[in-house]
Design a protein around this ligand. Structure first.
Ligand code: DON
Length: 572
C-alpha cells in the first residue's frame, strides 16, 4: 500500500482550499455585471444592489431568510420606488430547510365602496386613465401587513433591526443608478401632475444624473412609525390620516376603516410536478401558480431537450400551451374568497393533456377558436421580485408591486410613499383589456374588499425533497411565461442560473393573438417557419426581469440576476 507523504497531504489541502475559494465566490465577475459567482452560506438576488446588500447583511448578522426578506422589501421601497413599496402589495412563497411550505397573500383589496362599473362612462365604456392614474386607481395596500405577518410567524431578529436599514437609506439617501436617473427624468411630468406640492422624486433644479443622492425624509418618518408601532404605524394614526387626506384630493375611495380592516392571508401553496421536480408556487389571488403548473403539464409529454432551446418546435408547442392557459386565466381565475376558482380541475394533468389535443403542428390555432374575443394589448410594466436563501437553507420567494411603474404616481403627502394603481388588474368590464392586454370577466369583476387577480408567480422548486431553485419576476402578463421559461431553461436545457435568466424570451397570452419575442430570441429560420404556419411574431423590448437562485449539486448557491436591469446577486 502506498503511504501518503507529507508533501502529498499538503498538495491535496491546497487543491481542496482552491476548490473552496472557487466555490465561495472568487469566480466573481466572470458571469456578467449582475452576477457574483457561487456561495455556500446564503444568497440574496434583488432588483437593486443596495437592497441585495441590506439582505445579505441581515443574513450575516444571523437573521434568517424571512428577516432578510422583510428588510429587502422595506429597502426596495426606498431604493427602487418604481415597484418596491409600502403602498402596494404582493405574494410570498416560503420553504423552510425542513420542507415546511407556506404562501402569504398580501395583495391589495378593492376599497369597501368600490363597485363593478366604477371605471365605466355613461355609455358603459372603460375610462382607461381612471383605473391607471391618480387616487382612484389605488387598492388598499397590503405590503406592511404582509411583512408584519411574515416576521411574526418566521422572523428571528427583532422587527426594529430588520426595518432599520431602510430608514438609514431613506434618511441618509442613496446614489441612484443611471437607469434610475433616466426613469425619474422620463416620469417628471407625471410626478408634477399628481404631486403639485412636490415630492422627493422631483428635481426642479436640473435633470437627475447617475450617482445623484436621493434623500426621502418623509418616507424615513413613515418607516420609523412602522418600526415603532408595527402595523398600527401604517394602518392607523398619522400615516393612515395622510393616506385618507390624499385620497380626498382625487376622489380616491380608501377610508380609515378600509385601512384598519386590511389583513393579509396565509394560503396553501399550489404544488405540482415536472419531470420529477416539485413546483411550489402561489395560489389564487394570483393566477401565476395555477398557470405555471398548467404550462408545465402541457409541455411535459414532449421532448423539449431534443428539440432545443427556442427551436421552432419548442416555440410552437409553448405558444400553443400559453394560448390555452391564458384563455383559462381570463375565464376561471379571480379572488378565491369571492369566486369558486376551479383549481383542482385546472391542475388535473388529463385536463391539460386534453386541451393540448386540439393543437395541430401544421398551423397556428386561432385564439378566436379557443375562446371568443378580440382586443389589443399594450405593454408598460413594473413590479419586482427577490429571492433569498439563508445559511440553514430556508428559502423565500417574494414578488411585490405597485402595478405600473411608480404605481398611480400619487406620493402620499407628508408620508413620502407611492400608492399603487392595482385597481387596473380587475376586469373593469368583461372582455376589456387591462394595461397588460389581459382580459377577464365575472371571476375578476370589481367588488368591495375583493382582491384583484394577479399574474405574479413567486416560486420554489424542489429536487429529491431538497431545495433546488427560488425564482420569480416582474413583467405583468409575461410573468408566468418568464418564470416557466426560466424553469425549463434549467431543467430541460441544462443552463446555469445566470444563463437561464439572461436567455431571450417570448410570450403569448391568448389575446391579442400575437407572439411577442425579444430581439434575437428567435433566429430568422425559426421565425420564417413559424410565420409560414400563421403565427404573428411581434418584436418587443425586455421580457421579464428574473431574480433567481439555484442550488448546485455541490451544495453551492448560484445567483441569476437579470441583466435587463440593475439587479444584483450577492452571496456569502
Ligand atoms: O399583479 C400583477 O399581475 C400585475 N400588477 C403585475 C405588474 C407587473 O408585473 C409590472 N411589472 N413589470
Amino acid at each position: 500500500m502506498q503511504k501518503t507523504t507529507k508533501h502529498q497531504t499538503s498538495v491535496s489541502f491546497l487543491i481542496y482550499f482552491l476548490a473552496i475559494i472557487l466555490m465561495s465566490g472568487c469566480v466573481s465577475g466572470q458571469l456578467g455585471k449582475n452576477n457574483s459567482g457561487e456561495y455556500k452560506n446564503g444568497m440574496v438576488v434583488s432588483a437593486h444592489p443596495k437592497a441585495s446588500e441590506v439582505g445579505i447583511e441581515i443574513l450575516k448578522k444571523g437573521g434568517n431568510a424571512v428577516d432578510a426578506a422583510v428588510a429587502v422589501q422595506f429597502a426596495l421601497a426606498v431604493v427602487y420606488p418604481n415597484a418596491g413599496n409600502i403602498g402596494g402589495g404582493g405574494f410570498m412563497v416560503y420553504r423552510s430547510s425542513k420542507g415546511e411550505i407556506n404562501a402569504l397573500d398580501f395583495r391589495e383589496k378593492g376599497p369597501s365602496s368600490a363597485s363593478r362599473d366604477m371605471y365605466l362612462d355613461s355609455t358603459g365604456n372603460p375610462i382607461v386613465a381612471k383605473s391607471l392614474y391618480g387616487q382612484l386607481a389605488s387598492g388598499v395596500p397590503g405590503s406592511v401587513d404582509g411583512m408584519v405577518e411574515a416576521h411574526k410567524k418566521y422572523g428571528k431578529l427583532s422587527w426594529k433591526e430588520v426595518i432599520q436599514p431602510a430608514i438609514d437609506l431613506a434618511q441618509n439617501g442613496f446614489q441612484i443608478t443611471k437607469q434610475q436617473a433616466s426613469e425619474l427624468n422620463n416620469m417628471h411630468r407625471n410626478f408634477m401632475k399628481f404631486n403639485p406640492e412636490g415630492t422627493a422624486f422631483i428635481n426642479l433644479e436640473r435633470p437627475w444624473k447617475e450617482n445623484d443622492l436621493l434623500v426621502q425624509n418623509e418616507l424615513a418618518t413613515t418607516l420609523k412609525l412602522i418600526q415603532e408601532k408595527g402595523r398600527a404605524g401604517f394602518y392607523e394614526g398619522a400615516v393612515a390620516d395622510s393616506i385618507v387626506l390624499e385620497m380626498q384630493k382625487g376622489k380616491g375611495l380608501i377610508t380609515k376603516e378600509d385601512l384598519k380592516n386590511y389583513h393579509s392571508v396565509w394560503r396553501k401553496p399550489i404544488t405540482g410536478t415536472y419531470r420529477g421536480y416539485k413546483i411550489i408556487t402561489m395560489p389564487p389571488t394570483s393566477s401565476g401558480g395555477v398557470a405555471l403548473v398548467q404550462l408545465l403539464q402541457s409541455v411535459e409529454p414532449y421532448p423539449l431537450k431534443k428539440w432545443g432551446h427556442n427551436s421552432d418546435s419548442t416555440v410552437q408547442l409553448i405558444v400553443e400551451a400559453e394560448r390555452r392557459v391564458y384563455a383559462d386565466r381570463a375565464t376561471h381565475l379571480g379572488d378565491p374568497d369571492f369566486y369558486a376558482v376551479p383549481v383542482n380541475e385546472l391542475l388535473n394533468p388529463d385536463y391539460n393533456k386534453n386541451r393540448m389535443s386540439t393543437f395541430n403542428w401544421s398551423a397556428a390555432t386561432p385564439s378566436s377558436s379557443v375562446l371568443a374575443g378580440n382586443v389589443n394589448g399594450k405593454e408598460h410594466e413594473e413590479t419586482t421580485h427577490f429571492s433569498i436563501v439563508d445559511r440553514e437553507g430556508n428559502a423565500v420567494s417574494i414578488t411585490t408591486t405597485l402595478n405600473g411603474s411608480y404605481g398611480s404616481f400619487v406620493v402620499v403627502k407628508g408620508a413620502g410613499f407611492l400608492m399603487n394603481n392595482e385597481m387596473d388588474d380587475f376586469s373593469v368590464k368583461p372582455g376589456a383589456p387591462n394595461m397588460y392586454g389581459l382580459v377577464g370577466g365575472e371571476a375578476n369583476s370589481i367588488a368591495p374588499n375583493k382582491r384583484m387577480l394577479s399574474s405574479m408567480t413567486p416560486s420554489i422548486v424542489e429536487k429529491d425533497n431538497k431545495l433546488f431553485m427560488v425564482v420569480g419576476t416582474p413583467g405583468g402578463s409575461t410573468i408566468i411565461t418568464s418564470v416557466f421559461q426560466t424553469i425549463i431553461n434549467v431543467i430541460d436545457f441544462e443552463m446555469p442560473m445566470q444563463s437561464a435568466v439572461a436567455a431571450k424570451k417570448f410570450h403569448h397570452q391568448w389575446l391579442p393573438d400575437e407572439v411577442y419575442a425579444e430581439k434575437d430570441a428567435l433566429d430568422s429560420l425559426t421565425t420564417e417557419k413559424l410565420k409560414a404556419k400563421g403565427y404573428k411574431i411581434v418584436l418587443r423590448g425586455g421580457i421579464g426581469r428574473v431574480d433567481a437562485i439555484l442550488k448546485t449539486k455541490w451544495g453551492t448557491y448560484q445567483g441569476g440576476a437579470d441583466p435587463r436591469g440593475d439587479d444584483k446577486a450577492i452571496g456569502y
